[in-house]
Design a protein around this ligand. Structure first.
Ligand SMILES: [Zn+2]
Ligand SMILES: [Zn+2]
Length: 138
């Protein structure tokens, strides 16, 4: 029977994750922290309710204190292969941001919003029909 859960895993497979419900949004983040952590031009994140997310495996946490809010972001990655898995925003613990590139079906999660476009790389084009914000939402 089909289920709505979203699942994914790191590059080596030691860490897997599951979202029991529907994602709230897919946010492309162009902030400098996400860029450095992801190693890509920007980070694509599936935003989900924390209580609906389970992560299994050898997670390592980097406490990222250099944030705009001053509240740390816990950047969690596979301790074996280093794939970024999720970010826990301590200023807003009700939601987590899961790295969409680790989803089993990443093609399903086109960004629905772009944030921190003030630090976007000049060669990245954002489609006109997708909301974008210079900084964070709100
Ligand atoms: Zn791994
Ligand atoms: Zn970011």
């Amino acid at each position: 029977m089909a289920e709505d859960a979203v699942t994914g895993r790191c590059n080596c497979g030691a860490v897997s994750w599951r979202i029991a419900g529907s994602p709230l949004a897919v946010a492309a983040c162009h902030c400098t922290n996400c860029r450095a952590q992801s190693g890509a031009a920007f980070s694509v994140n599936i935003v989900a309710k924390s209580r609906e997310v389970t992560v299994d495996g050898p997670i390592t946490t980097f406490e990222d204190k250099a944030t705009a809010s001053g509240q740390p972001v816990l950047r969690q990655f596979c301790g074996q292969c280093g794939s970024p898995i999720q970010s826990v925003i301590t200023a807003n613990p009700a939601v987590v941001a899961i790295k969409a590139g680790t989803a089993d079906e990443p093609g399903n999660y086109a960004p629905t919003i772009h944030v921190w476009t003030q630090s976007k790389l000049p060669w990245v084009d954002i489609p006109d029909n997708v909301p974008s914000f210079a900084r964070d939402v709100g």
